[in-house]
Design a protein around this ligand. Structure first.
Ligand code: C5P
Length: 232
């Protein structure tokens, strides 16, 4: 896939003007944005409609964890907005993932991605909620469940990508946040945790947030990410 299609910039902003400023600075270079709960809550759906109308793809990171009927309703509204990706928590079980996938069928471009274990959770957090296995086993278990429920892919940290690609096969989307540039130098070789390393390990897309949006010059930071993906 062409690198521009693989880079998703996370617009983690608390107001529309800040998000629009980043989109303006990145211009035609960036075509894929992630809108999460912060920006959605601040702007409502209008900014999403605006991005779609500008020809941008939108990953709407709703992290749905609700009863199946409510999940299906939210996915239908997301699909009607024209977004390309929406997220559901696999810890909610097969019922809500299947409901999300069913609701998405009316929108052929919409992909349902499953979150497994959120990266901020430790094994001690898992033990606290009664999950007595390692984070990796739980991630693989939930990803398998997501695939059986018909999800189009998963969200995964750079450390999990390789095992997940082996488990899910070539067709699944694996979208990887938590990546950063190696020391900010375009010529440096990719190393674990870089966009390049994540794609080399089997990710289909990488999500970059503050690396780009927090840079003095977001457009040049975006070019560095793009350049990192082109390293062999
Ligand atoms: O850290 P960064 O600003 O690049 O984060 C961009 C997005 O990636 C955030 O919106 C967050 O949802 C996600 N993220 C994640 N796990 C991490 C880091 C970031 O899911 N360890």
């Amino acid at each position: 896939m062409e690198p521009t299609r693989q880079i998703i910039v996370a617009l983690d902003c608390d107001n529309r003007a800040a998000a629009q400023d980043i989109v303006d600075q990145l211009g035609n270079g960036c075509r894929f944005y992630k809108v999460g709960l912060e920006l959605l809550t601040a702007t409502g759906p209008e900014f999403i409609k605006h991005l779609v109308a500008q020809g941008k793809e939108v990953f709407l990171d709703l992290k749905l964890f609700e009863i199946p009927n409510s999940v299906a309703g939210a996915v239908r509204v997301a699909g009607a907005l024209g977004v390309s990706m929406v997220t559901v928590h696999s810890m909610g079980g097969t019922g809500i993932m299947a409901a999300a996938v069913d609701a998405a069928r009316a929108f052929p471009e919409l992909r349902v991605l499953a979150l497994t274990v959120v990266t901020s959770m430790t094994e001690s957090d898992l033990a606290d909620i009664g999950v007595g296995v390692s984070a990796e086993s739980q991630v693989l278990r939930l990803a398998g469940l997501a695939q059986q429920a018909g999800c189009h892919g998963v969200i995964a940290s750079p450390q999990e990508v390789s095992a997940l690609r082996g488990l899910l096969g070539g067709g699944a989307l694996i979208v990887t946040p938590g990546v950063a540039l190696p020391g900010g130098s375009p010529g440096e070789h990719a190393r674990p945790g870089t966009p390049r390393a994540a794609i080399a390990a089997g990710a289909s897309h990488v999500v970059v947030g503050r690396t780009v949006t927090g840079a003095m010059d977001p457009a040049s930071a975006f070019r560095l990410v793009h350049g990192n993906l082109q390293l062999q």
